[in-house]
Design a binder for this molecule. Structure first.
Ligand code: URA
Length: 233
């Protein structure tokens, strides 16, 4: 049981200060229509309905987004349109905050996970957990032979980094197209790996897999909720 104003504020419906007015303006009630007006009321979140709808993901959320090109993974509005703009506006005000699990560059598309579960963020972004992330890249010149061995060796050194990249799996799909599966998430990692090992520039980059997850039929800009247990050990 938790205070109603705290529940509403943590899920982004209103601030704690606004809770009294929110309870006047909206029907916050049980399924049996027992309505609450007192923000200090202690209730079970599972029994709360707002204007007839159950609370929005009261136990936390995990989302798969097909990130389109052109959006940044940042909460800072000065950085331009962001992935948070395509999610429900109420989620911006949740506490704990909804964040992406790792980031994709503005000009990278594909599978992006977002959650309010900080333990999950830490687990899935830690290189120690070796979560494979599979990227499809198109580059500006023919890919040289021998890249598979270079990426697999675990010795590729990127400029400004102290340790070499962990081994990555490379598969050429065409003269200028390849998929690369990495288990880390360094800054611009895939673009820098192709630049360092293949002397080429990545023109298009798309993440098609994260762990066992793929986008399936999700189109660019579309998202879906995943069970919180998706990555349970
Ligand atoms: N590697 C990159 O270079 N960019 C991304 O967005 C993700 C991985």
């Amino acid at each position: 049981m938790r205070r109603l104003d705290q529940i509403l504020a943590n899920l982004g419906y209103c601030s704690r200060r606004e809770a009294r007015a929110f309870l006047k303006a909206h029907t916050v009630a049980t399924a049996e229509d027992e309505r609450w007006f007192d923000p200090s009321e202690k209730v079970d979140p599972a029994s709360v309905y707002v204007d007839g709808e159950p609370l929005d993901q009261p136990d936390g959320l995990l989302v798969m987004l097909h990130k389109p090109l052109g959006l940044v993974c940042s909460h800072d509005p000065r950085e331009g349109s962001s992935v948070y703009d395509v999610l429900p506006p109420r989620w911006r005000d949740r506490n704990p905050i909804v964040t992406s699990i790792g980031r994709l560059d503005k000009e990278t598309s594909g599978l992006l996970l977002l959650t309010d579960q900080s333990a999950l963020v830490h687990r899935l972004t830690s290189p120690r957990h070796h979560v494979p992330k599979r990227y499809r890249a198109i580059v500006d010149r023919d890919l040289p032979p021998g890249l598979e061995a270079v990426f697999a060796a675990g010795t590729l050194q990127l400029e400004g980094e102290e340790t070499p990249c962990l081994p990555a799996r490379y598969e050429a799909c065409g003269p200028r197209e390849a998929v690369l599966t990495v288990t880390e998430g360094r800054y611009h990692q895939v673009r820098r790996m192709f630049a360092a090992a293949g002397r080429c520039t990545v023109l298009s980059l798309h993440r098609e897999q994260f762990g066992d997850l793929t986008l399936g039929s999700l189109g660019p800009g579309q998202w879906k909720l995943l069970p919180l247990t998706t990555f349970s050990p």
